[in-house]
Ligand binder design. Structure first.
Ligand code: NAP
Length: 248
């Protein structure tokens, strides 16, 4: 059964990793896909082709989620091209890890702008469309690090904790308009982001995970599919962890 027929999803940061898995999963369930990237032009164009060959409409947009002006233009372009937006996934994110004593202002600001301000930028602009359409599903990608903290990631943890507060507040403000807002909190998922970790750090994390493995991007995409679809019409303001029992 296709769960997203006749829906349009806008996914930020889908040229790689979790966003890419979500784009493929949503397309397999019949959704039209607008997605963004920052620098991976080739990968984005290849994904655009692949998604279009699945019998849905897909388009890649080079758009910086951290820029309010680019987010305004993106939402306008997507609505013009696709006729509306039913699902917004705020997935784009970065790390700039360092111990607090060594972290500089630029590392702090970059993470807050790319991870947290980006969620404000896209949500605020897409909400106008959701209000007109009388409904919508917003899915924000946070992290278990935003709930439990992590040495070397004060900037990242703060940005992801901010996303949780934002998610619950949007659910409160817009619930009466049938606009749902939820967050997914992945644990350690195999993508470029975690591949970049030093091997000894990976082994340390690995030992902490009760399910004794990193998750896959597809396992996160499965939960996003649920939140995007009409299977979750009474689910809002929630944070769903996908972490192999790490966060208990
Ligand atoms: P990834 O493999 O590094 O991919 C990041 C994606 O975001 C890329 O498509 C990148 O585009 C895009 N991006 C980055 N900054 C952007 C911006 N300002 N505007 C638009 N696109 C931007 O990361 P991932 O592991 O898939 O992570 C995806 C999300 O899950 C992030 O929010 C991350 O914090 C969260 N998360 C990941 C894990 C994990 O273990 N992997 C765990 C918890 C939470 P380019 O390819 O063009 O650079």
């Amino acid at each position: 059964m296709k769960l997203l027929l006749n829906k349009t999803a806008l996914i930020t940061g889908a040229s790689r990793g979790i966003g890419l898995a979500m784009a493929k999963k949503f397309a397999a369930h019949g959704a039209n896909i607008a997605f963004t990237y920052m620098s991976s032009e080739e990968k984005a164009k290849a994904l655009e082709l692949e998604l279009n060959s699945m019998g849905i409409k897909a388009k890649a947009y080079k758009s910086n989620a951290a820029s309010f002006a680019e987010s305004v233009a993106l939402v306008e372009d997507v609505v013009k091209e696709f006729g509306g937006i039913d699902v917004l996934v705020n997935n784009a994110g970065i790390t700039r890890d360092n111990l607090l004593l060594r972290m500089n202002e630029e590392q702090w600001d970059e993470v807050m702008e790319n991870n947290l301000k980006s969620v404000f930028n896209l949500t605020k602009n897409a909400c106008k469309t959701f209000l007109k359409q009388k409904g919508g599903s917003i899915i924000n990608v946070t992290s278990i690090v935003g709930m439990k903290g992590q040495a070397g990631q004060t900037n990242y943890a703060a940005s992801k904790a901010g996303i949780i507060g934002f998610t619950k507040s949007v659910a409160d403000e817009l619930g009466s308009r049938s606009i749902r807002c939820n967050a997914i909190a992945p644990g350690f998922i195999s993508t470029d982001m975690t591949d970049a970790l030093p091997e000894d750090t990976k082994q340390l994390y690995f030992k902490q995970i009760p399910m004794a493995r990193f998750g896959s991007a597809e396992e996160v995409a499965n939960v996003a599919l649920f939140l995007a679809s009409d299977l979750s019409t009474y689910v809002s303001g929630q944070v769903i962890s996908v972490c192999g029992a790490l966060n208990r």
